[in-house]
Design a protein around this ligand. Sequence first.
Ligand code: GLA
Length: 381
Amino acid sequence: MIVNKAPMGWNSWNTFAEKIDETLILKSADALIESGLAESGYKYVVIDDCWALRERGKDGRLEADPKKFPRGMKVLAEEIHRRGLKFGMYSCCGLMTCAGYPSSLDREWTDAQTFAEWGVDYLKYDYCYRPWNRRGEELYRAMGHALANSGREILFSACNWGADESQKWIRTTGADMWRSTGDIVDNWNSVKDIIGKQFALLAYNAKGCFNDMDMLIVGMNGKGNVGLGGCTEAEYRTHFAAWCLLQSPLMIGCDVRNMDTFTLNLLKNPVLLSIQQDEKCMQVYRADSPADWNSERGESFAAARGLSNGDIAIGFFNLSDDVRGIICTLNDLGIGVSSGKTLEMQNCWTNETEYPVNGAILKSLNPHESVVYRAKIVDRK
Ligand code: GLA
């Protein structure tokens, strides 16, 4: 499988954990369609951990828990496909899954076959309980080979939390995306921590295998499995804007059956999604001075990424608890005076057009606020 755009969808874990069943999954799939989120690109419906029986069947195959999924996974996959969506499932490369269900260790080929027969389009593959004498890269390669030979296109979503310097070997495994951080929880500290940990990993993010900053908490509002406190609207905006600018996959983690207007509008933000889905997948760079991510621990910064049509995405982020001014000059972006060019910048929140003043963009941002622009390079008048 070749993945050129950072994947988008919904995953059951953040809100529901083990409280999953066929009705919930299908109602969530329906909600993705009725809300217009599917049309915006959120196509994968992913069942996380806790879907299986605690023991394999007599034939050695994984079995869905019949209390939760009475018609089985093949029927569920058909139902999801009938809605024009794609179906994701979960397993683990260690001795058992993180929640203690059977894993795929040394059963990779059997399980990949089962997933292919069920009609699975996406496999999230976790890293809990790795045997002490087995290397992570070997275990992920094993599933990578099995999926690539399963006869079905199955997106391989590695979930190894950036452990064991996985950025250095994850592309040897066939993974299409890989978790570059530990688990997100629904509060500001978690968002800030995850953004801070990405700076050293930006060069690894590219088409074919995307850095996955973990599932979205937008819309959780403190509820559900990882709903530990919730965020303000500004904090959810900054979370979503950072995931889009850094081109992380976007897997919604809230209850899509009950979303408020703020959540829905944020998840559908067209400027941010056009940036997140850009197929050129250029590297994000620090775009303000000083260019050191570690200055004041990178708590306020500008970051930019070139886009396939020649535009530039430019984000201003204030992760600190004070009001901060952030300056990005046209020079920082590689647009020198000699070019005779400037920018026409579309503000992702207001949709209004703004221009640099005297060759610079100066933003004053309240604590935890951000703004991202999609900027066109135009002649200076
Ligand atoms: C790990 C993963 C989470 C989730 C749980 C399920 O913690 O990182 O995303 O899949 O396991 O048990």
